[in-house]
Design a protein around this ligand. Sequence first.
Ligand SMILES: [Ca+2]
Ligand SMILES: [Ca+2]
Ligand SMILES: [Ca+2]
Length: 248
Amino acid sequence: MAITADKGIKVGIFSKTFANDGPHYGDPAFSFLVAQPLFASDYTYSTIKLPDGNDFNNKLTLTIKASHVDGLRLDEQEFNTTWVELPGTDYVTGWLYVSPGTHNVYHVDPSKTFMALATGTEEFNSYAFASGMRLTQINRPCIPSSPTEGDILDNDCDGQIDEELENGIDDDGDGSIDEDFSLGPRVNGNWGEWGNWSACSVTCIVNGTRSRTRACDNPAAANNGLDCSGDDNEVEVCDNTGIPCGGQ
Ligand SMILES: [Ca+2]
Ligand SMILES: [Ca+2]
Ligand SMILES: [Ca+2]
């Protein structure tokens, strides 16, 4: 179902029962839903854990344009789900189970936005909340502005926010090129080659140490991508046994 309004409205989803999700899953849950212009491309959120209770059956429900599903990642991994078309729209929705804890769901292209709704059921409890949203004004008089990367403004006043990539291509097919652009595609960092080992810290028969460094620049992380994990320097024992010490 799609709801369209030219005035500010608030839309919520009330789940009367999760009775079809297992035995005794009876409590209701409620969440506000996010308006499409406030969809984001990157959410980090945590599931809910009771102080002393069973883990929830945690689900993540995603709503996105059908043509954009391929770039979605959950915790850096591609994932499979069954997408269901939303009648009268070019959107689809699908859900999957997630483990208890913190998750990051994102689209590799920040101009491709979607809604993420977290829900969970436990024997006598349930929860529902939007995993996040853009915080920006909608349904307000719009003044055209020149775009800057990821400014979260509707620069061309077409009702869409940061809907392009700055790439000389009309990504959204509206006849304008780069009229309102998002951050560029997310790039995770990758280590470059190790540099040369330094000279050994001693030059005679006692063991010393030497070190080398590397940089997270192959490529460097960009546009909210992850930095490299691991150390950027390495130290090891070096052995100059047999090299005469000067003056001895
Ligand atoms: Ca726009
Ligand atoms: Ca573009
Ligand atoms: Ca365009």
